[in-house]
Design a protein around this ligand. Sequence first.
Ligand code: PLP
Length: 418
Amino acid sequence: MSTNADFTQFVLPTYGRFPLVPVKGEGSYLWDDQGRRYLDFCTGIAVCSIGHCHPALTAAIESQARTLMHCSNLYQIPQQAALARTIVEDHVQLPGKVFFSNSGAEANDGLIKTARRFGHARPQADGSPRFEVITFTQSFHGRTLGSMAATAQKKIHEGFDPLLPGFRYAPFNDLAALEAAISPSTAAILLEPIQGEGGVHAATAEFLRGAAALAKKHDLLLFFDEVQAGFGRCGDLMAWRRMAPEIQPDGISWAKGMGGGFPIGSFWISDRLIDDTRALSSLMNPGSHGSTYGGNPLACAASLAVLEVIVKDDLSQHALAMEELIRQEIAHWHFPMLQELRGMGLLLGFVLNADLVPKIEGKTPAQVIVSELMQRGLLTVPAGPDVVRFLPPLNVSRDEIRSALQILHDTFQSLTPH
Ligand SMILES: *Cc1c(COP(=O)(O)O)cnc(C)c1O
């Protein structure tokens, strides 16, 4: 039986899949079952942040797998403590505490639960708890019942109502609309500093600063979803620091790139005091949250190895330099099909002029270009209907960037009528 036939018969059809069967990866390259090599600027959607099968990551997993893979969170786990410490001290650089999950959606559920706890600890004037979380149009926060309700996209909700209550959606980068959305029951604001799935839209510095000021004024929590953008991808260890480094968020979620391919997610909660005696992080007390797998020795050893490479090799600065290289290289391109380049660091979106992309039944313009690039040996990801996303490994070389741009250039050229 072919892989394709097995998929059709045995796997729930929740994904439209490209006809590609990856069997091997090394650095920025992926090989399929036909022996064909691809330059991988999809990286499992921003997951393989230090490239495929990086020797440091492989060695860490091998060594930990031989020693102890899993034990319960009923016990002390040294790798988990070490990982939490490096996240707090080296990456967030603000006092707080970390919880480990297995995915980004779960990490966001943790933030939402923290908002609910906060709403009980700091209730409305009449004593009833606050509970509402404001999120933004085109956002993506995940597929669990909580993170799906936080995601302000109709297509993600379709057929799943009634949704979890307690969310209010506001237009992104619109401060006046955000202020208008705040009600007496609002407890938190949750946003992606750079929206990935929704089309690569960066928050403006003005919007982030305004959101932080509104949170302060109305006693709300400010949460950043850095599941895709965090840990070096956007040209700084933390994405929000690219826009407004002085902001001190109350919570942050991550997943994707922090495990380099090993499934792990996490969220951080600030130690700041919410009244005379209580730290915000203390609201998530024993019994309030949990995960059987979350933060086990194997996952934490893998993530520790990844974060160590990101810091030691200064990959956030490298991501910034690669963004500059890409912007320079395409500055002299003139393809009417290409409208603009959005994003930061190595979370970049080539925005298409949809009308000028050849039409293929059942495919969005971004899918048409992504398929064409795949034929030519370059893997990329659509972000919404009109954006082609570049998510190379953070340690991608200049030559690999140039090769990818050559393929993109040739593709645009061949699809432009002469
Ligand atoms: C991918 C993503 C998620 C969901 O992560 P999963 O690991 O798929 O649950 C949440 N937020 C953002 C910004 C993402 O890009």
